[in-house]
Design a protein around this ligand. Sequence first.
Ligand SMILES: C[S@@+](CC[C@H](N)C(=O)[O-])C[C@H]1O[C@@H](n2cnc3c(N)ncnc32)[C@H](O)[C@@H]1O
Length: 404
Amino acid sequence: MKTLDLAPLPSESSGETPWRDRIEALVDRWMTSDALYRWSVSNPVTRWVTRVRARKVFDLMAGFVYSQVLLSCVRLRILETVAERPRTLEELAQATQLPAAGLQRLLQSASALQLLELRSRGRYGLGPLGAPVAGHAGIRAMIEHHAVLYQDMQDPVAMLQAQGQAGEMAQYWPYALDDADKAKAAADALQVEKYARYSNLMSASQPFVVDEILASYRFDGHQQVLDVGGGQGTFLSRLARHAPQLSLTLFDLPEVATLARANFARQGLLGRSNAVAGSFLQDPLPEGADLVTLIRVAHDHPDADVRTVLAAIYEALPVGGTLLLAEPMAQEAGETPLGDAYFHFYLLAMGAGRLRTASELMSMMSQAGFTHIEPVPNAMPLQTQILVGRKSRAIPASAPGTSH
Ligand SMILES: C[S@@+](CC[C@H](N)C(=O)[O-])C[C@H]1O[C@@H](n2cnc3c(N)ncnc32)[C@H](O)[C@@H]1O
């Protein structure tokens, strides 16, 4: 079993002092007392704070049910059906082949969650939160594959004990298995299908990430791009249209590189692109690119493997070359968390990767030798955040025997 990395622990010097500890302990006792709750609810000034907190705790408890309502709507194609035109309960019962009384519970719940909304003559139409789901096959594919995560999370404590490795989600991503499990899985006749299954999911969900990158980073100064862990080439295919001067190389595991080659052929990009098969944990990366992209890859892997891939990228780039790393990131201390609560568990269920803060990733890039490392601001940091760094010298400053 792969061992899990510990995220850096909060530093000792974060300002805690014995007097502050004592005050916080007092506040904790006060906040958990029944007397305070009763007083706060009876007081018109404080009542709203208590209501908001009670609502948030309720939502934490009910969140699993909300997810199942969403999953049911996707599985039953209810959102797409009402997107065509609003439908009555009876029409939806006929379309889904479900008894009306049971289906009505789902429609009521989905309306309460703003996935649906009631329209005239008792018909159900698309709600404000149902609209993006109905409009994007990629969102629906992401929601559908969460059934695997929900299965693992039925017993979250057992999942923590097993360090995520024993569950269904770990099987979904064969490259994230440890070596012993990979060897067992390799004997599985369905293995190739598993690579195709996650690659299709990645392609379906990648457009949101690609939009963020293309809107935030200028590619016009580059000639050749290498997309490491590039899946079946969805990003490179979009980039080919966005920056026509670029030639494109993709590097991924053999099963996935084959899919990428077929995709490039379908898109008429074979003259401008190629897909190289290999593992960035063992093989050197193809040389010649002045820009390497690493998109939604680092967070799948433990720290040691991330150091290996960053070193391989440094090696493959010419002096002056750039690394662009994009993936969801943990928020820094003091920032409002975005997807943190979700990604910490998802990545645990998947294997030995973890969600890192931008500063952790920047420090890993710096240790690999990159300089001029900086974040590239983007509009939707929930989907992805972006970092760039440059190779300024042939041998990393941090390499043994080099002076700083
Ligand atoms: C989460 S997917 C991201 C794919 C794509 N970059 C995207 O954002 O949609 C991670 C990719 O890394 C590839 N990968 C994982 N381990 C690898 C390895 N050791 N060598 C090469 N590619 C690897 C996987 O096959 C997969 O295509």
